[in-house]
Design a protein around this ligand. Structure first.
Ligand code: HGY
Ligand code: MN
Ligand code: MN
Length: 410
């Protein structure tokens, strides 16, 4: 199905990239502006050069490989994905989109020669928000939405994004230089991270909408007390309040039915003593829905539950939304181009929503954007069990190459 010899390198590159940033303690965890990130960028830059691409880094650290076009080289069709991972993450989320893009630009060159428009593949910085509580750093820089104030956001060690950028030789005052106006389309190749394709027996998914996402931090304030001498009935225990909120929110969102989801991935108690009634508990809520009106209703439900539980348990609680992204429709033109390519190759593709967020939702605000999914085994992702066999990646590669060529041929 594929002609470029580089296609055989893809499984090797997936394994090699999947080891960069892996530690005993945290599994695979590669975050922006760290030695592991730099090592991964160097590896990807080398693979881009092997594919015959022109390689450059932008002011925020996004890494690009370029195949210049013939007659309209200043118009660019971009593919790629993010280089960072979640903590204890998988080898495919993000990385597969970058490596597939490199191999497929080589495939386009091998099978059709350079198209009119330029083709580029990008390794984007900081999509996950797993080091800094800010997602989509690289894609927001490309659209010009990354602000100097956001570069002051700090990680758990108190290091700001700007400080971390300087630590790897980048100048945060120049992030506006990462803004691009020459992009005419973005096509992200990604694992589904769910099990719809597997369950319904489709080899490919063409995304019509990326779900809306909000992420909030809830602070519950109680009163610290002695664990041994304080009667249960006279406590103002922030841990019990937070626990009831987390459970009630999960029950309410479950009752709405899929694709409504809510997740508490992090909870921290202070002072955190085994024999001290918790004074304060901080927990996160990530909640999502592809319908903006339902997402709004979910936000009101979550806020109401926290207020009701706090009031009944004589606690105080605040809820702060730190990430908010409305549902994003994908470009009908790019979806049609993907569908046409799949049909020409005799492949079925399911039109579907994405329950995961992607850089594509940021870029879709400025240019025509599409996403092509390949299945995830048992729907597992954001964990070491994340897996897609090579035989389930190849059909997607062929559709990716054909669609990139189609979009770059005007
Ligand atoms: O959270 C997400 O859906 C994405 O993986 N960042
Ligand atoms: Mn992810
Ligand atoms: Mn991803």
């Amino acid at each position: 199905m594929l002609k470029t010899p580089l296609a055989r390198r893809l499984p090797v590159w997936i394994e090699e990239l999947g080891q960069i940033g892996r530690t005993e303690a945290d599994g695979l965890w590669r975050t922006p502006y760290t030695p592991a990130d730099t090592q991964a960028q160097d590896a990807v830059a080398g693979w881009m050069q092997q594919a015959g691409l022109e390689v450059r880094r932008d002011a925020v650290g996004n890494l690009f490989g370029r195949l210049p076009g013939t007659t309209r080289p200043d118009e660019v069709i971009l593919t790629g994905s993010h280089l960072d991972t979640v903590r204890n993450g998988g080898k495919y989320d993000g990385g597969l989109g970058i490596l597939a893009g490199i191999v497929m630009l080589a495939e386009v060159l091998e099978t059709s020669g350079r198209p009119a428009r330029s083709l580029e593949v990008v390794a984007l910085v900081g999509e996950e928000g797993s080091r800094f509580p800010l997602a989509f750093i690289g894609s927001k820089a490309i659209t010009g939405e990354l602000s100097p104030e956001e570069l002051e956001i700090r990680d758990a060690e108190g290091i700001s994004i700007a400080g971390a950028m300087r630590g790897v030789g980048l100048d945060p005052s120049r992030i506006q230089e990462a803004r691009r106006s020459d992009l005419r389309g973005f096509l992200e190749f990604h694992i589904e991270q769910g099990r719809i394709l597997q369950d319904q027996g489709y080899p490919l998914g063409i995304v019509h909408t990326i779900t809306g996402i909000r992420q909030a931090c809830v602070l519950v304030d109680g009163r610290p007390d002695h664990a041994g001498t304080t009667p249960m009935t006279s406590r103002r225990d922030a841990m019990l309040g937070a626990a009831e909120m987390v459970l009630r929110i999960a029950e309410q969102i479950t009752a709405l039915g899929h694709p409504a989801v809510a997740t508490t991935g992090r909870l921290q108690a202070r002072p955190g003593g085994v024999n001290v009634v918790a004074e304060q508990v901080e927990f996160t809520v990530d909640f999502r829905h592809p319908d903006p009106a339902v997402l709004e209703r979910m936000a009101a439900m979550i806020r109401g539950t926290c207020e009701e539980v706090a009031q009944r348990r004589r606690l105080a609680s605040t809820l702060h939304v730190f990430l908010e992204h409305p549902p994003v429709p994908m470009s009908p033109e790019v979806q049609a181009a993907l569908q046409a390519s799949a049909e020409e190759l005799g492949l079925k593709a399911l039109s579907m929503a994405s329950g995961a967020g992607h850089d594509a939702m940021v870029l879709a605000g400025r240019i025509p954007v599409g996403m092509l999914f390949v299945p995830s085994r048992e729907g597992r992702s954001h964990c070491p069990d994340e897996f897609t066999p090579e035989g389930e990646i190849v059909p997607g590669l062929a559709v990716l190459a054909r669609t990139l060529h189609r979009l770059a041929t005007v």
